[in-house]
Write a protein that binds this ligand. Structure first.
Ligand SMILES: Cc1cc2nc3c(=O)[nH]c(=O)nc-3n(C[C@H](O)[C@H](O)[C@H](O)COP(=O)(O)OP(=O)(O)OC[C@H]3O[C@@H](n4cnc5c(N)ncnc54)[C@H](O)[C@@H]3O)c2cc1C
Length: 292
């Protein structure tokens, strides 16, 4: 049963932040409500004031800077990101990932910002956005800070957001030329059991850069830097062995936990498998044939 609450409709970030500061623990930001209202209906949490971020002008938009950086307002819905022509053309892996989040009803109201701020470990965007080196802008009345997305996630359902701060924007820089990203997930429940994101840059038959992030497996989505280091500067001709090693390192570093979505061992196995497949998919999209 949903207990009564007041819904505030602020017209600016400053107003929203001031409302959060004034009401303290009794207030919470509300975007699509797909997570929050469920938790409130279940009686897991209760807030007297919900502060609607969707009424703040500009927070739902997407735009591309002159340098190619994609700026996504925190209140942009998954559906808006998935269908945006610029995202589809220049950040194809992001559009594909968004198209596969939840179902169309959730994607139509649920926001990218809400997904990241809820920090549910079994979610997709946190891993993929990290291989793009995405940053997040956190704002409160009179102060703003920009952090790498990785720093937002502190633990399951826990972020570094302070009580009166809002996530206002996710900035996604373009990958360098001759680069591609891919995100693969596997799950048998509503949410993913394992998600692996990769980005690769190729030059003269070798990996000029390789980025890997793993989500859903452990407490928070994370970059796998040891696995990346194994691949960087390797010749594509050596990639089967290098990908094998990178998969092993990523599986070990993923902090896999046993839960409803599978055992830690099962998830580790999937990390290695999905990592190899994701790199193959990214290389194929660049027209690079990986030796078998
Ligand atoms: C049936 C179902 C299936 C799903 N499957 C998937 C899936 O496959 N993959 C996946 O990734 N996700 C999945 N989800 C999660 C879905 O993506 C999220 O529910 C959605 O993105 C959350 O956004 P929201 O706008 O509804 O957030 P809300 O529920 O409104 O808010 C969630 C939390 O974020 C906080 N918050 C919201 N906006 C801000 C902001 N701008 N600044 C600071 N804090 C903020 C709120 O205070 C709240 O604590 C699923 C959800 C459902 C219900």
């Amino acid at each position: 049963m949903l207990r009564p609450f007041e819904l505030a409709e602020p017209a600016s970030v400053g107003e929203a932040s001031a409302l959060l500061a004034r009401h303290g623990e009794a207030a919470r930001l509300y975007a699509g409500g797909t997570e929050l209202l469920l938790a409130m209906k279940e009686g897991l949490v209760h807030y007297d004031y919900l502060v609607n971020v969707k009424t703040i002008p500009g927070l739902g938009g997407l735009r591309r800077d002159g340098d190619g950086t994609l700026r996504i307002g925190a209140a942009a819905t998954h559906r808006a990101v998935e269908r945006d022509p610029v995202v589809r053309e220049h950040f194809t892996a992001l559009a594909r990932m968004e198209a596969d989040v939840a179902n169309v009803r959730v994607r139509t109201v649920g926001t990218l910002g809400g997904n990241l701020c809820f920090a549910e470990p079994h979610a997709d965007p946190g891993a993929l956005l990290q291989v793009f080196d995405a940053t997040v802008r956190l704002e409160r009345a009179g102060r703003a800070r920009t952090l790498p997305l990785e720093a937002l996630f502190v633990g399951p359902f826990e972020t570094c957001l302070e009580g009166d701060e809002l996530l206002t924007e996710i900035a996604v820089p373009p990958l360098p030329p001759r680069s591609a990203a891919a995100y693969l997930k596997f799950g048998f429940l509503e949410r993913p059991s394992v998600g692996v994101a990769v980005a690769v840059t190729v030059a003269d038959g070798h990996f000029a850069d390789a980025r890997v992030a793993v989500g859903s497996v452990g407490p928070v989505p994370r970059r796998m830097r040891e696995a990346e280091a194994v691949l960087r500067e390797k010749a594509i001709a050596e990639s089967p062995a290098a990908l094998e090693e990178a998969g092993r390192l990523a599986a070990r570093a993923a902090d896999a936990v046993t839960d409803l979505h599978g055992s830690a061992e099962y998830k580790e196995h999937l990390v290695a498998v999905l990592l190899r497949r994701a790199f193959r998919q990214a290389l194929a999209s660049l027209g690079v044939r990986e030796p078998s």
